[in-house]
Design a protein around this ligand. Structure first.
Ligand SMILES: [Zn+2]
Length: 298
């Protein structure tokens, strides 16, 4: 199964200002990115909803009352409003696939804290409560599956899958972890431990994402050796370049030329040999990377 590549990083790369996830001012540009991924051969495209939750707005204020007092009108409902738009753009792009192809739309849910800061991750109960709200909305908007990505603790991943099951038992759930060398996720917990903890909840697939392409093969092998569920991977290419690194997670990417599409596709092929059945690209990858993977597909 071929996933798409980076969405947020591609929005920024195309010169769209990262505000409102690029959605309110540049909806057509966001839709074009989805369409380009569909044309490149993606079977699954992901919504522009990474960390698009009520919490990201609330976090900027002392509390809800404070936000109401000094925040812009409509802030409380902004995440919902943008999510509805984001899903509709992905759905339109998927519907336009043509040639009898069926392209699925994955409703993306990021971590509640920071993707690379497991120390800021919520407890399982908190995650269950807050992710349920996001999943309910994505499901209502017509997503075919939920993709929890950049999970960096086992507790949040568990709460997240429970939330999805609470909302709708028949909605497929994929869970992707940010991995680090040594078969571990960023919290230091093992991928095997993560797979074991999630097993009773029967997620439809387990993946790793947002690690450098060179580190993914080891993680895929560790994950594939720990579960009988479908395993997948999508790596980032290039290096994160803050200062735009706050509020929503949208750094620029530099040095992406170290992983041109053909090299990336070769790496992805190696992941499939280690057991990955789902591959795609994370931050910094483009429709060209997806096309290259599509071309080496067997
Ligand atoms: Zn990433």
């Amino acid at each position: 199964v071929l996933l798409d590549g980076g969405v947020g990083s591609e929005i920024v790369r195309r010169g769209v200002r990262w505000r409102w996830h690029g959605l309110r001012t540049d909806a057509e540009a966001v839709k074009k990115i989805h369409q380009d991924y569909v044309a490149a051969g993606a079977d699954v495209i992901s919504t522009d909803t990474f960390q698009l939750t009520r919490r990201i707005y609330l976090n900027l204020f002392h509390n809800l009352e404070h936000m109401r007092r000094i925040g812009a009108p409509g802030l409380e409902r902004r995440a919902e409003e943008l999510t509805r738009l984001a899903v509709s753009l992905a759905r339109e792009a998927a519907a336009g696939a043509g040639g009898g192809r069926r392209v699925a739309v994955a409703g993306v849910v990021g971590p509640l804290g920071h993707p690379f800061r497991p120390d800021l991750a919520p407890s399982a109960e908190e995650a269950r409560r807050e992710h349920a709200e996001t999943v309910r909305l994505l499901s209502e908007c017509g997503c075919d599956l939920i993709l929890f990505e950049c999970m960096n603790t086992v507790a949040e991943a568990e709460g997240a899958v429970e939330a999805a099951r609470d909302v709708r038992r028949d909605l497929p759930v994929w869970v992707s972890f940010v991995c680090e060398p040594g078969g571990r996720i960023l919290s230091g917990e093992g991928l095997a431990e993560a797979a074991r903890a999630l097993e009773p909840l029967a997620p439809e697939a387990l993946l790793v994402n947002c690690a450098p392409a060179a580190e993914v093969e080891e993680a895929v092998a560790a994950l594939a050796g720990s579960t009988r569920r479908p395993v997948g991977a999508y790596a980032h290419v290039g290096r994160f370049d803050p200062p735009s690194w706050k509020f929503e997670f949208h750094p620029r990417f530099v040095k992406t030329e170290e992983w041109p599409p053909v090299r990336y596709a070769e790496a992805a092929r190696a992941w499939t040999r280690k057991g990955a059945r789902i591959v795609g690209g994370c931050c910094g990858t483009t429709p060209d990377h997806v096309r290259a993977m599509s071309e080496v597909r067997t």
